[in-house]
Design a protein around this ligand. Structure first.
Ligand SMILES: [Fe+2]
Length: 278
């Protein structure tokens, strides 16, 4: 879906971005198919202003073999060596909602954690939201892990009923949008819902979810500029700079806008007393 280019231009450049979702490890999942492609992706990311990438292979998705921690670390070292450390790569995973989460959660070195922190990237199936998800979120939080919901704007059920996302955020989750949703790569619905989510202040991160060097590329700056058009520069910067930087250092997420969900939920704003008397 073609979208018009952002009108916003960042006043302070270059951006110092951190990408928390990227399928950059070679021959691991449906991402980079070779070491050469991983290196090309690293270089593309670096020239876009991305300083650090969390390598997030699919985990427990029923399709790909979940790599163990040693394999992830070895591949990270191999890619960084091959690209002369043009970016900093750290370990993580995109974890499909599954019972394995709870088997792993108690391990302090669990591979499901992003850079060994107390955060994880949680993926739902694209056409459904798991039943009893509120209880699951509660259990994950109770095990000391904070879930970041991966690309909720691409989930059919959340597109139809954004109140689901509002509920998950209110219960302590965070939300990560895909850059491609903002730039129109994932179609009209994902684009419009992304805009609504940002305008409502319910997004906390934008990440590339990159898979290859030529499609679903590891670039963030255009999506960040679009986000600035929709939600202002401070918010856009936070989603690609300070929030993911805090995450990989296991700190509290610093920028959490006050959510304004009336438009997202199709509610009319309450009239103020002043408006009432006018
Ligand atoms: Fe992904």
């Amino acid at each position: 879906m073609p979208v018009s280019p952002p009108s916003f231009k960042f006043t302070r450049m270059p951006l110092q971005m951190v990408d928390i979702h990227c399928h950059i490890l070679p021959e691991t999942d449906d991402g980079a198919i070779s070491l050469e492609e991983s290196v090309a992706m690293c270089r593309a990311a670096a020239s876009d202003g991305i300083k650090t990438i969390v390598a997030t292979p699919h985990m427990f998705d029923g399709v790909h073999t979940t790599p163990d921690r040693e394999t992830i670390n070895q591949k990270i070292a191999m890619v960084m060596r091959a690209c002369d450390s043009c970016v900093n790569l750290v370990p993580g995973g995109e974890v499909r909602y599954s019972y394995e989460i709870f088997q792993e959660a108690s391990d302090p070195n669990a591979r499901i954690k992003l850079n060994g922190t107390s955060y994880m990237l949680l993926e739902f199936p694209f056409h459904s939201v798991p039943p009893n998800i509120e209880m699951t979120i509660f259990q994950i939080l109770n095990s000391g892990i904070t879930p970041i919901i991966a690309h909720p704007e691409r989930n059919k059920k959340i597109q139809e009923k954004p109140a689901i996302l509002v509920n998950l955020i209110e219960r302590g989750s965070f939300a990560q949008l895909d850059a491609g949703s903002l730039t129109g790569s994932f179609g009209r619905e994902a684009y419009h819902v992304s805009k609504q989510i940002i305008e409502a202040g319910l997004a906390h991160f934008i990440a590339t979810d990159a898979h290859h060097q030529d499609r679903r590329r590891p670039v963030l700056s255009q999506a960040a500029a679009i986000a600035a058009d929709w939600g202002g520069e401070e918010y856009a910067r936070a989603m690609v700079e300070s929030n993911p930087e805090a995450l990989i250092n296991d700190r509290a997420i610093p920028f959490q806008p006050d959510a304004d969900v009336d438009a997202l939920l199709g509610r009319k704003k309450n009239k103020s007393w002043f408006a009432f008397w006018k």
